[in-house]
Design a protein around this ligand. Structure first.
Ligand code: ZN
Length: 282
């Protein structure tokens, strides 16, 4: 089952992808895709629907973020050995946790350059969408708290992240810095989240090509670990880190400028494409 949100920003309609690849409206069944709509009972109700009996939405309409309003986006830093190495940082002994303070945007929405940005960068990541409250969760039950998975581009402004004093959150939170989707793929369709290929290209040039098999801390460990410090709520997003190939890791480094296009993809989860808009190349 694939859930998505279709329509103009702020007025998206919840939908399910039909067998013909067209979105089918869930407006008669759900207010939106967020919070308790992602609970196991709610997802079971949606699974019982016949998609071909739901109203078809126009093909080619804008796709919004696949979750409407997460209470938070929790991110994991340096969760792939090759990315820690290219960042010149040691492999962490415990997961590095930070928050991303922006709203998710659609998978193909433009990404505005925030004022003062000079080192904008890309990070393809496996995002976990939480379905039930997780607090003090053991690893062996952690995956039972997952509603599904999606692609997230953890767009980063490296100067804000590293050159403005503590806390990476400064460089991770500008509007448009969390494209999410195109759809939420329900957990049963992803039997092993540690066997997914993920890749990203900029202006057609391959930059990242990794596998979730290479995570230092797998998804079940991350959910358990984060739940020791905060409660994860239905609809929350846990983004699990990026493999090597970010712009800051290249010699010389390469950063995003106006007109650049990112295309990213995770096996089973779909593809995003964003154009960088506004501002000037540093
Ligand atoms: Zn990241």
């Amino acid at each position: 089952m694939k859930l998505l949100r279709v329509g103009p920003p702020g007025r998206e309609i919840p939908a399910m992808l039909g067998p013909d690849g067209r979105p089918r409206s869930l407006a008669d069944h759900l207010d939106d895709i967020e919070g308790e709509a992602l609970s196991p009972a709610s997802l079971d109700r949606l699974r019982a629907l016949d998609p071909s009996a739901l109203p078809a939405l126009p093909a080619g309409a804008r796709i919004g973020p696949c979750v409407a309003r997460p209470s938070k986006i929790v991110c994991i830093g340096l969760n792939y050995r090759d990315h820690a190495a290219e960042s010149g940082l040691p492999v962490p002994e415990e997961p590095v946790v930070f928050l991303k303070g922006c709203r998710p945007t659609g998978p193909d929405d433009p990404v505005p350059i925030p004022p003062g940005a000079t080192r904008m960068d890309w990070e393809v990541e496996l995002a976990v969408v939480i379905g039930t409250r997780a607090w003090q969760v053991e690893e062996d039950e952690a995956l039972s708290h997952v509603a599904g998975y999606a692609v997230l581009n953890d767009i980063s402004e490296r100067a804000f992240q590293h050159e403005r004093g503590g806390q990476w959150t400064k460089g991770k939170s500008a509007p448009g810095f969390a494209p999410l989707g195109p759809w939420l793929v329900a957990a049963e369709a992803v039997p092993d989240p540690q066997r997914l290929r993920l890749s990203l290209a900029v202006n057609g040039r391959p930059m990242q090509d990794g596998s979730t098999a290479d995570m230092i801390f797998p998804v079940r460990t991350l959910i358990s670990y984060v739940s020791r410090f905060m409660e994860l709520l239905p609809g929350d997003i846990l983004s699990t880190g990026t493999p090597a190939g970010v712009g800051a890791g290249l010699r010389p480094p390469v950063f995003l400028g106006e007109g650049d296009t990112m295309v990213l993809e995770i096996e089973t989860l779909g593809r995003q494409s964003q154009r960088v808009v506004g501002g000037t190349r540093a």
